[in-house]
Design a protein around this ligand. Structure first.
Ligand code: PA5
Length: 501
């Protein structure tokens, strides 16, 4: 059950233009660059209409051409998965995912996720937000036997692939020893994304060398995650991977909206995260979105405020200030969501992630005094996961920190947050806060679902289709055309050619 204090909220009060007691240069600047409170009221009717439209889009069997592509499966998926699991247990999608994840968890020490775009960021966001910062460096006992997790197939970087293979070659010599075994997921909905397909070839050949081409382990340690049909499914079947060992990305869910499909849930389950709590959080957010009025609806608030700041105030850069290192990948995941969903027809904000206080020391100057083209969304967490590291008294006080000896890191961060945001306010730089009570599966589930839904609402406000990425498809087909047209010869010295399984 969701307690009210576990709710995520969006607090945009500081971004509203205050009613000045007297005319001052600051009041004038704030009136110009902050949001006039009376701008939000007329939005409510429009927002309710869009919410109704999105709710009804979920029921459309044959969407009209002007709505296509329409990929709204992510809205109800969390609750559907939970309901199906309750009814069918091991026979459900979640049951299947748990079975595969348990097999991996119990048999390998290293697991690699191959995928790009949403297929990379979904697993990364959950692993980084909810895992230990140094998970991979921990001894197996401290990881409670959960495998180390790596990400590849998210670039065309030769050295990155080669160095991961080198790491495996060095540490994984005997496939009979569980602590030396490794496996991987290959995630691609279409099955024809080059970055992922090429990495699949490389790691498939490597696994075949390690386990032996006829070994049963080989089939068991590779998990394809793909669409209902496509090249990857065909290839997996040809390799002898059974249907019950292939996880499916539903047709009506696009890459950047797929975090609660096996794309995100498989890596999460492999490293032992509470998948059901994630889904409960996401489902609670869908319910809030569909049922709550504007005042209690962070999805509508976030969409409306960001739309107005971008489209009416010309804030073309949207900075996500992330106040917890664990949430950096949330920022990058949101970058993709915004860029691919809103960046169409010559429109769309530039999304940027900054980790605070780290990036205040690199980009803070620009944010405070650079062009007035930015709106800031702080992502803050009220309660840190770990007990506070205290400053403490020292017999050497040259650094003069004894004066704050009874404070801990959470106090330092709070002061930095206030310092930056007071400066923003006094400089008429608009900023609002997404507030998380803590970082847990339940709150991360809410957060990601909130950002996906808000992006869809914002796109509809702009008259943009939030789904599909036609610009990216052009890159994909150009890439293959250029490769096929150039001589089929390698550049540089070659490592063993991939031989397949
Ligand atoms: O959001 C999207 O759909 C894209 O960024 C895809 O995630 C990315 O291009 C990978 O596509 P695929 O799953 O077909 O390999």
């Amino acid at each position: 059950m969701q307690l009210p204090d576990e709710n995520i909220e969006y607090d945009y009060r500081r971004l509203l233009a205050p009613i000045p007691d007297a005319w001052t240069p600051l009041a004038e600047l704030q009136a110009k660059h902050f949001l006039a409170p009376d701008k939000l009221d007329p939005m409510r009717t429009k927002l309710n209409a869009i919410r109704g439209q999105i709710a009804s889009e979920r029921e459309l069997q044959n969407p009209p051409a002007k709505l296509q592509p329409l990929q709204v499966g992510y809205i109800d998926l969390p609750q559907k998965l939970l309901d199906q699991f309750r009814r069918r247990g091991e026979q459900s999608e979640l049951g299947k995912l748990n079975r595969i994840a348990t097999r991996i968890r119990e048999n390998v020490d290293r697991f690699i996720v191959l995928g790009i775009g949403g297929n990379h960021l979904a697993g990364r966001v959950l692993f980084e937000a909810l895992g230990h910062n140094h998970h991979n460096e921990m001894p197996a006992k401290m990881r409670m036997g959960r495998p180390r997790l790596y990400f590849e197939g998210n670039n065309l970087d030769n050295d990155s692939v080669q160095e991961l293979i080198e790491l495996l070659d060095h540490n994984c010599v005997d496939p009979d020893l569980p602590e030396e075994r490794w496996g991987f997921a290959v995630i691609s909905k279409s099955g024809d994304t080059l970055e992922t397909a090429a990495a699949f070839r490389a790691f498939r050949a490597e696994a075949s060398r390690f386990y032996g081409p006829k070994s049963e382990w080989l089939r068991k340690m590779i998990v394809p995650v793909t669409g209902i049909k496509g090249k990857l499914r065909e290839l997996a079947k040809a390799d002898g991977i059974a249907d019950e060992d292939i996880l499916t990305i539903p047709d009506d869910i696009g890459g950047r909206y797929s975090v609660f499909t096996p794309v995100g849930l498989l890596p999460a389950a492999v490293v032992g995260l509470d998948v059901r709590a994630l889904l409960l959080g996401a489902s609670a957010m869908t319910k809030r979105f569909l049922e709550e009025p504007f005042e209690r609806n962070p999805v509508l608030q976030f969409a409306a405020v960001n739309y107005l700041m971008t489209d009416e105030h010309g804030m073309s850069t949207r900075v996500m200030n992330v106040w917890n290192r664990k949430l950096e990948a949330v920022g990058h995941w949101y970058d993709q969501l915004v860029a691919e969903s809103l960046g169409k027809s010559g429109r769309g904000p530039l999304p940027v992630t900054a980790v605070c206080s780290r990036d205040i020391h690199s980009r803070g100057q620009l944010h405070q005094e650079g062009p007035r083209d930015k709106v800031f969304n702080n992502l803050i967490v009220r309660q840190s996961k770990q007990p506070p590291v205290m400053i403490g008294m020292s017999d050497r006080n040259e650094d003069e920190l004894n004066a704050i000896s009874r404070k801990g890191y959470p106090d330092l961060l709070e002061a930095a947050f206030r310092g930056v945001n007071e400066a923003y306010y006094d400089g008429a730089r608009p900023a609002a806060d997404i507030v998380m009570p803590n970082i847990s599966e339940h709150t991360v589930g809410q957060l990601l679902q909130m950002l996906m839904l808000a992006t869809a609402v914002e796109a509809r406000l702009c008259g943009t289709n939030p789904y599909g990425q036609p610009g990216l498809e052009t890159y994909k087909s150009n890439l293959m055309r250029i490769l096929r047209a150039s001589p089929n010869l390698p550049k540089g010295e070659v490592r063993d050619a991939a031989k397949g399984m």
